[in-house]
Design a protein around this ligand. Structure first.
Ligand code: GH3
Ligand code: MG
Length: 536
């Protein structure tokens, strides 16, 4: 960028920063003067879009008015200009970067486990160019929990790692792989026959020696993912619990809906979620968690009528479809189930356990409403049941309004006021469309975030955390959050491209994702979407 452009950008950034930081109202004439000066300068040094926007904004104002602008109104008013300034900054810095693919949020997810962070970062970047979503985990201890949370379509594991060998992780996944088709690829710089043999014997689907040819690796991953999709599409039964999976749900709904149209036969949909299931995993490990899920599914099957349909909706969530039952009849059935469940012993390798569940029921009595709408209603009732203390059933409020949504607190912690403003805006837009209610706050440094009560409640958090900040930087914040040993906090680190050490540090400390600055808003948006999906 030539030096005039740079100077103007710096000036604009500084002025906007001062305003947004200041939290004081800004005199109308200052804004007018600012726009006037930007409009003049920007266009004459080739920044036409910025110049035009500034001029349009200026023309929408009257020159002499004595009004004072609130910061929030000012941010809204200047938003288009902010985006342009940011994009302009970006264009200049990322020319050498490969173009980013547009991501939809539905791309295949790859879990990459390697404690050697430079390899991890390299592979993540390269595989993302294929349009895959890559979750890079440097701490093998975190790998298993990550596996359950992100439900990957392919797992790549390094054989040699400090804290835990890749084979240990493979052994664990193999327990899963028995029940569920999940491609696993081992990578290792030890290409000896014995390591390869061990990989295959333990159930790995592929072995790739380091150093590898990137194109060969990607082709192999691609094949594995295709095969997984094929298999997934063939199955209607959940491999772990042996009840139907969610693919069957549409089919079942269509059939019952025809009955409803033909014979006016209503039916009920019950959304069921095991209470505090995470504690089972945390206390006894995920394999015991799996055993609980299996037996819970069996419990549901054993205690329902032959025509009832049991579906594993995902994770520890099940759907029970009760043909011919009105909501009052279903209520009786489910309340009996709730009592029975509490007294049922589930056998696991760690002894007998029991669990409770919460449920929301909706009566399907109108064929014009879509399955999604019924599910939303049932889910909303389930949320009510959870909020009212769990271990109970709530009946859906049949009107689609006043929906409860799960609250996710989202923090933007960054010392750059422009980035903060843009990210908050992006998040507000995402919040409007989503299943979550996003409660968004921004903080200008780590200590402001850490020392705020807002940051330490029972809710789930998504934190977009700048690596380098005055006072307390992102790494330190991450360290503090992780020392709480709570997985309430999902963290995306914003790091500078140059600071490989910081990225390595962030990964080792267990950041859930990282994105290098300057980033494209679209890329960040995709990553946030993926993470929110996980936080269901
Ligand atoms: P709540 O009462 O509010 O429902 O709390 P919860 O702990 O049951 O719910 P939460 O959504 O916090 O946690 C569910 C956990 O279930 C998170 C995820 O890691 C785990 N999980 C999801 N799928 C599986 C699975 O197939 N096996 C095991 N063992 N755990 C799973
Ligand atoms: Mg639960």
């Amino acid at each position: 960028m030539d030096k005039y452009k740079k100077k103007l950008m710096d000036n604009m950034n500084k002025q906007l920063g001062d305003w947004f930081e200041g939290n004081e109202s800004v005199p109308h004439e200052d804004i007018y003067r600012f726009l006037h000066s930007v409009a003049g300068t920007a266009s004459s040094i080739g920044l036409h879009a910025i110049g035009d926007t500034a001029r349009n904004l200026m023309n929408s104002l009257t020159e002499d008015e004595s009004k004072l602008w609130g910061i929030k109104d000012l941010k809204v008013f200047l938003f288009e200009l902010l985006t342009l300034i940011y994009d302009n900054d970006l264009e200049d810095k990322v020319l050498s970067e490969a173009p980013l693919m547009t991501m939809t949020g539905n791309e295949p997810v790859i879990l990459l486990i390697d404690d050697e962070t430079s390899m991890l970062m390299y592979l993540k970047e390269e595989l993302q160019k294929q349009g895959w979503m890559v979750n890079a985990i440097a701490n093998p201890i975190k790998a298993i929990a990550a596996f359950y949370d992100i439900q990957p379509d392919c797992v790549i594991i390094d054989v040699y790692m400090g804290q835990k060998s890749g084979f240990e992780i493979l052994a664990f996944l193999k327990e899963k792989v028995k029940q569920q088709f999940l491609p696993t690829i081992m990578i290792s710089s030890d290409n000896s026959k014995s390591i390869r043999m061990q990989s295959y014997q333990m159930g790995a689907d592929d072995f790739i020696a380091k150093p590898f040819e990137l194109d060969e690796l990607t082709v192999r991953i691609k094949r594995h993912i295709e095969r997984k999709n094929l298999i997934d599409n063939l199955l209607l039964v959940d491999e772990l619990t042996r009840v139907y999976n969610r693919k069957y749900l549409n089919q079942a709904y269509d059939q019952l809906r025809s009955e409803l149209i033909r014979n006016k036969e209503t039916f009920s949909i019950v959304m069921i979620d095991i209470d505090h299931f995470k504690r089972v995993n945390d206390t006894y490990g995920h394999l015991v968690g799996d055993q609980v899920l299996k037996q819970f599914a069996t419990f549901l099957t054993n205690h329902s009528r032959p025509g009832d349909i049991v579906i594993r909706f995902g994770g520890e969530e099940f759907i029970l479809i009760l043909p011919e039952l009105s909501v009052d009849e279903s209520k009786k059935v489910i309340e009996r189930l709730i009592l029975k469940c509490r007294d049922t012993k589930l056998n696991t390798e760690k002894g007998e356990l029991s669990c409770t569940f919460s449920a929301g029921v909706v009566e399907v009595n109108n064929p014009t409403q879509s399955l999604e709408e019924w599910l939303l209603l049932a889910d909303n009732a389930l949320y009510d049941a959870k909020e009212s203390g769990r271990n109970q059933l709530k009946v859906a409020d049949q009107v689609l309004n006043g929906m409860h949504q799960k609250i996710v607190k989202v923090a933007v912690v960054d010392d750059d006021p422009i980035i903060r403003t843009m990210l908050v805006d992006l998040l507000e837009t995402l919040g409007k469309e989503g299943q979550h209610h996003l409660e968004i706050e921004s903080f200008k440094d780590g200590s402001a975030f850490i020392n705020n009560e807002w940051s330490h409640t029972e809710h789930r958090y998504l934190i977009i955390l700048d690596g380098i900040m005055p006072r307390m930087d992102g790494i330190e914040v991450l360290q503090q959050l992780r020392s709480k040993n709570s997985d309430r906090y999902t963290v995306i680190m914003l790091t500078s491209r140059k600071s490989e050490r910081d990225i390595a540090r962030a990964l080792q400390l267990g950041a859930d994702d990282y994105i290098t600055k300057p980033f494209k808003l679209l890329e960040l948006e995709t990553r946030i979407r993926h993470l929110l999906k996980r936080m269901k």
